[in-house]
Design a protein around this ligand. Structure first.
Ligand SMILES: [Zn+2]
Length: 296
């Protein structure tokens, strides 16, 4: 049975009408109705998914007032922040001080984080006072300071790569950057490492060459680790061909050897291509030739 049918057939329901019908019948917006409820002017019953049932008498009694309200009353906190250029802290303090009426609602984007909706008229009326509140909490100030300092360090560790024809900033999660941040590397040392790493990854064959394990590990070394095989390629082919027949422990044993061989190859490739990268960076004038290179 629809609400409409209920309203017409049962006297028990006659004085109650769903808010969607009230909106249509009395020419109100949902915000105007909700505001009436919020102010305690309209008695209501919550019907879960079906919305709210309103006391018709209350709606009629307050109709003039409800109609005099702006069509949109409830604004999300983030909307208010954007609209009036306020910060989160300023709004939080306004709510705490009781300057702005608000309600906590379900967040349309993040289910776990409730959203706050504010009465826009209250914000407008108190705008000057709200603007006078501090923009940030002490913790925010501290956090922003750290962020600014890290940005500044990033700026300092930026360099222009003539081969890419653009400025290169330390990549996110860069170890050299973190070492410079913690002070275990000087700026100069970190910058040098960043330049070499950039050249190694982008301007040498390092990333593909290091996967060619046999280029870096001698046959006798492979044999010493694997017992039988003289090349990584051969050993890998054996593993892939037989792994289905191995039990877990055996598989793990061979995987560990594969990792170890790859690790040795990467280490040696890195050393070799870092040298190549340094030479390229020196040619480009980004790094000064080392003393030992001069004499050699
Ligand atoms: Zn480059």
């Amino acid at each position: 049975m629809s609400w409409l049918a209920m309203g017409q057939t049962s006297s028990r329901w006659r004085n109650w009408l769903p808010s969607s019908m009230a909106a249509k019948e009395y020419g109100l917006t949902f915000d105007q109705i909700e505001y009436g409820i919020f102010l305690g002017l309209i008695e209501f019953r919550n019907m879960g998914n079906m919305g709210k049932l309103l006391n018709r008498e209350d709606v009629e009694k307050n109709l003039g007032f409800l109609k005099s309200l702006p069509g949109r009353i409830w604004f999300y906190k983030t909307e208010v922040m954007r609209k009036y250029r306020l910060t989160r802290n300023q709004i939080d303090m306004a709510l705490e001080a009781g300057l702005v009426r608000y309600k906590v609602v379900k967040n349309p984007h993040y289910k776990r984080l409730p959203a706050v909706r504010l009465v826009i008229m209250d914000v407008e009326e108190n705008l000057e006072r709200i603007r006078a509140f501090p923009k940030y909490t002490e913790r925010e100030v501290e956090r922003r300071k750290v962020y600014a300092e890290r940005s500044r360090l990033r700026d300092e560790l930026e360099f222009y790569c003539p081969r890419c024809k653009r400025s290169i900033r330390p990549p996110r999660g860069s170890r050299s950057f973190e070492d410079a941040w913690s002070g275990s590397l000087t700026r100069e040392e970190a910058l040098e490492k960043l330049i070499i790493a950039h050249y190694r990854h982008l301007h040498t064959d390092y990333d593909s060459a290091r996967n060619d394990v046999d280029r870096w590990v001698k046959p006798e070394e492979v044999k010493r680790l694997t017992g039988v095989y003289k090349s990584f390629k051969e050993f890998l082919a054996f593993y892939i061909g037989w792994k289905e027949e191995m039990d877990r422990e055996e598989r793990e044993y061979y995987i560990a050897i594969i990792r170890q061989l790859r690790g040795i190859a990467t280490e040696r490739a890195k050393r070799h291509f870092s040298y190549v990268a340094r030479k390229l960076a020196e040619e480009d004038g980004l790094l000064k030739p080392r003393e030992e290179n001069k004499s050699a």
